[in-house]
Design a protein around this ligand. Structure first.
Ligand code: COI
Length: 340
């Protein structure tokens, strides 16, 4: 048993802090991708003039492989995540990885790291990242002609350190998380933009996350989508380019609709949200967050309790339904899982 596997089996390290021992690497050069190389996870040499370091040419994905009780390893919605990565690359005018190519790299990494995939409730988090490497500090308005694509893997458990503890969220109607046309692109700059407001709110109000509500419209947090759920109802913002089109969000909406929920996807405002949390639950959805209950919203200095202040029963039910599919305890009716 290698050191990473041993650590992953004996402790639950903070999300993303422990990496699997191997990674996959491919390079874009002269208009073509190199073959994928599997190598020990470690530093990659990069020129200080590289496009990514100056002009932010980078995008990534995050999705999970689960070890089922029969020992098989299954990836949740791999195709959808790969499609989103390709879409992010196009939006940033970066070389687009082929769907087959990226799937092959993911499979190759899992294959080398099979023993590192934790048992439930853990998972192997897969993190493809693409970055522009052309050394040219004048290329602000020119795409990078060279790029590197890496697939990392990390054994993970809870993303939020409090585990099942309900989250405290600061409602920010002043800052925007990102420029409105790029919010749906999974690029590092969007997370960097959320960091300052998130740290400031954490320090001032002891919150876990910021819910960005530009112009008073409820949008998303720095690291996850936002939903309100009630008895037979779900409300979330309708898709537009200003925020990330979460794969977990999409899966959740599908499950809710098929369980008879009335699902509303539309623009709604902070005032309506504060009104509705009297009898609805609030939650964050994402690959890392799964479906994490929100207990308190802090808005303009006032605390607003969501329902009882605990993670509500409907949130728990929806989360359990999703996790059961991911972990192979409920039938995969939608063909969401790929055995690797
Ligand atoms: C994910 O949910 O996969 C993300 O990319 C969020 C990240 C902050 C861990």
């Amino acid at each position: 048993m290698n050191a990473v596997t041993q650590m992953a089996q004996t402790a639950r390290p903070a999300f993303g802090t422990v990496l699997a021992e191997h990674m996959a690497v491919a390079r874009w050069h002269d208009g073509a991708w190199s073959d994928c190389e599997i190598r020990p996870t470690g530093p990659i040499e990069i020129h200080p003039a590289a496009h990514v370091l100056h002009y932010g040419s980078t995008c990534f994905e995050g999705f999970k492989a689960y070890r089922w009780s029969d020992g098989s390893i299954n990836v949740f919605r791999m195709d959808r995540h790969i499609e989103r990565m390709r879409q992010s690359a196009r939006a940033l005018v970066m070389p687009e990885p082929g769907a087959e190519q990226l799937a092959g790299m993911v499979r190759a990494v899992i294959d080398r790291c099979r023993a590192t995939v934790p048992e439930a409730p853990g998972a192997l988090y897969l993190r493809p990242v693409l970055f522009g490497t052309t050394a040219n500090i004048g290329a602000a308005a020119t795409p990078s002609s060279e790029a590197t694509l890496v697939v990392l893997a990390s054994p993970v458990w809870d993303y939020f350190a409090g585990g099942a503890k309900p989250l405290r969220i600061f409602v920010d109607d002043v800052n925007t998380r990102t420029a409105s046309h790029i919010g749906m692109v999974k690029t590092g700059g969007n997370y960097a933009a959320a960091l300052g407001p998130t740290l400031a709110a954490r320090q001032r109000y002891g919150v876990d996350q910021v819910l960005f509500c530009p112009g008073g419209q409820v949008q998303e947090t720095g690291a996850a989508n936002f939903v309100l759920v009630g008895e037979g109802q779900l409300l979330t913002r309708s898709l537009d380019p200003s925020f990330l089109h979460g794969v977990t969000r999409d899966s959740l909406l599908r499950l809710a609709r098929d369980s008879g929920f009335e699902v509303e996807e539309r623009v709604f405002h902070v005032e309506e949200m504060l009104e509705r949390i009297r009898d609805m639950e609030a939650a964050l959805s994402g690959t890392a967050a799964v479906l994490a209950g929100v207990g308190t919203l802090v808005y303009r200095g006032a605390e607003h309790r969501v329902g009882t202040g605990e993670t509500g029963p409907i949130t728990r039910r929806l989360r359990a339904a999703l996790v059961a599919i991911q972990q192979g305890e409920a039938p995969d009716r939608y063909g969401w899982l790929t055995r690797v």
